[in-house]
Design a protein around this ligand. Sequence first.
Ligand code: SF4
Length: 210
Amino acid sequence: MTQVNLYALSYPVTALGPGKRLALWVAGCGKRCPGCISPEMQSPDSGKKLEVETLLSHISRIPMELDGLTISGGEPFDQPEAIVELLEGIRSRFPQWNIILYSGYTLLTLRKRHRAVQKILKLIDVLIDGPFRRENPSIHPLTGSGNQHLRYLTPRGKDLKSNMDKIPFNQANLGMGPGKMKMIIGILDPLARESVHKSLGIHGEVGINE
Ligand code: SF4
């Protein structure tokens, strides 16, 4: 039985891809990018470990129709076996869903890695890749910085492109993180992020998800 280290789950999310989505954040990332927009998820201890099958059963009971899944974190490729099992379960239970995944690794780097990583690349439709670089401002509503790219890996992914490009800049949803902590979901530039945090009274280490 494989366990996944999960930080949070939220739905319906409209700020991390087209349509109404399930967003799932994993805990743990060793990259430590300066200015990381989800520092609260860097420690593996920030998450909760649970069986992938338990998570899939929970997802199957979501009482609404969704269009797809976005996985972020944290670094999904730091727990590849769990993500493969999760994605295989999603593909068999929700064949109509499209799948977007954020990673701090570039596609080029991932292509050279082991088998589980290659399986993930075959199971997702769009990879948004590369580490967050705060000195390089984003030019797309779904990337955190300008060095990151949207990699359309499947025909279904390519069909999403025009809708991905139409997501408004600084779109955000409000969700709940661990301990019912308020969580801003979406890609916001630093000014927009600060203003949303102020208006919601969010202080400290609560970040915007990558
Ligand atoms: S920005 Fe992303 S890749 Fe970089 S440290 Fe934060 S979670 Fe990891």
